[in-house]
Write a protein that binds this ligand. Structure first.
Ligand code: GFB
Length: 319
């Protein structure tokens, strides 16, 4: 079991991207840490603007940063908006890291993603697989920006001794997710599709692709807990995978979601839509060694996310 090397008590912690699904979970999680949490609305601070970010940090003086802000989206959103996914994620990472270094922030955690690994990486994917092969084409713009973010953090560590670390979470889901059918990730999309099919009395629900790809899912509160664990227990250049070990084929996921939602009809596939990566399960040996593991089961997480959807705790990223 590793020790706490960076306690959070009494710190001024900026959660960049606090209104997003991961940022909100981080704000919830940090309530237990007796620290001061800083947030700033998107309308007040454009994180892509380096001078504005520097000025805000100079005024607010955070000493710790969780960089959870990003442009994210599902498989079709990624392919439809390559500039947005590459440019916005590059500039957010560059602006926040530069300002964090210049303003003397003590520690920063950057959120990468499991999709930054090569399409043909060995499974489960160890951290060393980064940059060893071609990327999955459906999300290469996003992946490239996130790789640059991870490497930028390493560069600040190498050149200036900055304590910047990176977490690589697997596919995340939970309350506050984007449920817009065109732009969502698979899990919220399936919940909404199954719910609407149930209400409409439809006999059939159609999922994208063949239903064969495997995905590993991590509930967002577990992801936030893992980020806090890394912030407090880890300080090194190498990014660290954050997984759940809960891997499922998309067609089986659709069946599970249908059972939770109460949709009893047929589930059809649409092979004209992209499958994306065949599999991207993370090797979590490093995180295991740091004494952390996920707690929320896939079924509990889907139930909680469906409850949040019914309560209106979601957004429609298609709008
Ligand atoms: O979650 P998802 O959009 O992204 O799709 P990725 C996962 C799988 O679910 C793909 C299938 O095989 C989709 O074809 N799928 C089935 C659906 N039905 C649906 C549906 O209604 N909506 C969606 N969205 N998918 C993401 C990247 O890749 O991985 C992100 O695009 C991010 O940038 C994330 O990095 C971790 O898992 O393929």
């Amino acid at each position: 079991m590793s020790e706490v090397i960076f306690p959070l008590k009494g710190r001024r912690i900026w959660v960049a991207g606090h209104a997003g699904m991961v940022g909100r979970a981080l704000v919830r999680r940090l309530e237990a840490e007796h620290c001061e949490v800083l947030t700033v609305a998107r309308a007040r601070l454009d994180l892509r603007d380096p001078d504005a970010v520097s000025a805000w940090m100079r005024a607010e003086r955070p000493d710790t940063v969780f960089l959870a802000a990003a442009r994210v989206g599902g498989i079709l959103a990624n392919t439809a908006a390559p500039v947005d996914f590459l440019h916005d994620n590059l500039t957010i990472a560059a602006s926040v890291m530069r300002a964090a270094w210049a303003e003397g922030v003590g520690k920063l955690l950057f959120l990468g993603s499991s999709c930054i690994y090569p399409r043909a990486a060995p499974q489960p994917i160890p951290e060393e697989a980064l940059m060893t092969g071609p990327l999955e084409p459906t999300n290469r713009w996003y992946a490239l920006a996130k790789i640059a973010g991870v490497w930028l953090g390493q560069a600040y560590r190498e050149q200036y001794g900055a304590d910047f670390v990176s977490a690589m979470p697997t596919n995340l889901y939970g309350p506050g997710d984007n449920f817009g059918l065109r732009t969502a990730h698979v899990l919220p999309a399936l919940i909404r599709k199954a719910h609407e099919a149930k209400l409409a009395g439809a006999r059939r629900l159609t999922i994208w692709g063949t239903g064969k790809p495997l995905r590993e899912f991590l509930f967002v509160d577990d992801a936030a807990d893992a980020c806090v664990h890394l912030m407090t227990h880890y300080s090194d250049a190498a990014p660290v995978n954050v997984g759940s070990g809960q891997e499922v084929a998309i067609l089986d996921l659709a069946r599970t979601v249908a059972a939770v939602v109460g949709f009893a009809g047929e589930i059809a596939t649409d092979p004209a839509k992209p499958d994306g990566a065949p599999r991207k399960r993370l090797d979590t040996a490093v995180m295991d060694g740091l004494g952390w593991r996920a707690r929320v089961s896939l079924i509990e997480g889907i139930e909680a996310t469906y409850r949040a959807f019914l309560d209106g705790d979601w957004r429609d990223g298609d709008r």
